[in-house]
Design a protein around this ligand. Structure first.
Ligand SMILES: [Zn+2]
Ligand SMILES: [Zn+2]
Length: 368
């Protein structure tokens, strides 16, 4: 029987193991994808550091959720993507990185990313269908998981980050009601922040202001549509940053402030940057237990705080069309800054950790 490799985390702080499993035959309605790219997302780094799950099951867990690939085998009954477009073996496919149950109140309400049903497939590592994460040769797409054909115009190296980084910020901006005339502040210029800048501009934002501490990432943010950037090494106190943002927004403040760094205290900063009635969007801080002392009176004049996680699957085709439209304006092929073969997964994680503090990694991709 044909075998494929999968990257398994067995213990926090230990190198990942690469294990071999039988290549599964997809059940009716399912699809087996041959992975071409798998992204190292912030949440994978949290898992790696042991911050996301209380414990790793003794048999281990297959890593990875972001990525893309081509159809290896279609399960019985699958002839089209979720919008009725014919698909066949070898076609490039974008899948929703959530597995909605379609049988809970939130799913029925169209909020598949808030699904309160079961979202996992199989169990720990070594349980059929084995390829339950994207760090491997294959990825098993379950029958309830939406999939979309990739437009031929999109280059291969601009696909890997769509179904987590781009989707997540698009959902957040959409929930915040980003629209024509808005001033949008984006905290963090990594893979999420670059996508957020481009998407906010595409949604009509009048001005996008991006904050980061790395000059090279801020430079890239400008290529992705940022009208202004603020280096927090220079504007190193909240009053300084707030003053600059007020200056750039004609004294009004931001309509939307998006937190993509993953630091709890940025909630307090973001609220200060907002105009009355503005919306703070929490996306980056996914680790439980980090708290801030919050003064409720700061939001009395209509300020809102919303959280946002992943995305509604129908945004995937919308985003891919947006990318086709903007391919000549935004350097989407620059988001993936580093690629690694699967066997070098431990190097990819070590570098992503290091790069996050030191240099210009925006997205590391595993290319099996
Ligand atoms: Zn992710
Ligand atoms: Zn559900």
């Amino acid at each position: 029987m044909a075998k494929g490799r999968a990257v398994v985390i067995t213990q926090v702080g230990k190198p990942f193991e690469i294990r071999e499993y039988d290549v599964p035959d997809p059940e009716p309605g399912a699809i087996l994808l041959k992975i071409t790219q798998a992204g190292v997302c912030g949440s994978d780094l949290h898992t790696y550091r042991g911050e996301l799950y209380a414990q790793i099951p003794p048999e281990g867990r297959v890593m990875g959720h972001e990525g893309t690939g081509v159809v290896h085998k279609l399960g019985k009954g699958v002839t089209t993507d979720s919008l009725g477009k014919p698909i066949k073996e070898g076609d490039r496919l974008m899948y929703a990185a959530i597995r909605p149950c379609n049988r809970c109140y939130q799913c029925l309400n169209g909020h598949h990313n808030w699904c309160s049903g079961t979202q996992t497939l199989g169990g720990g590592a070594g349980t059929w269908p084995y390829f339950t994460g994207t760090y491997g040769d294959y990825y098993y797409i379950g029958p309830t998981q939406p999939v979309f054909a990739v437009p031929p115009e999109l280059p291969d190296n601009a696909l890997g980050f769509i179904n987590c980084a781009m989707g997540t910020v698009t959902e957040g901006l959409s929930r915040a009601g980003c629209k024509e005339g808005d001033y949008v502040v984006i905290m963090g210029a990594g893979g999420l922040g670059l996508n957020a800048a481009a998407m906010a501009k595409d949604m009509g934002a009048h001005k996008v202001i991006v904050l980061d501490r790395l000059a090279n990432r801020l430079k890239l943010a400008e290529e992705f549509g940022a009208d202004h950037t603020i280096n927090i090494e220079e504007f190193n106190t909240l009053p300084k940053r707030k003053e600059r943002i007020m200056e750039l927004t004609n004294g009004r403040g931001a309509d939307i402030a998006v937190e993509l760094v993953g630091r709890a205290e940025l909630l307090l900063d973001g609220i200060e940057y907002l105009t009355n009635g503005g919306t703070f969007v929490e996306i980056g801080d996914i680790v439980r237990g980090r708290t801030v002392a919050f003064d409720p009176s700061t939001v009395l004049r209509g300020k809102k705080i919303i959280g946002s996680l992943m995305y509604r699957p129908q945004l995937l085709p919308v985003m891919m069309e947006m990318m086709v439209k903007n391919l000549n304006r935004r350097p989407y092929t620059k988001i993936v800054s580093n690629t690694y073969p699967l066997a070098k997964v431990n190097d990819a994680f070590r570098d992503a950790e290091w790069f996050n503090q030191q240099t210009n990694i925006s997205r590391a991709m595993l290319v099996p």
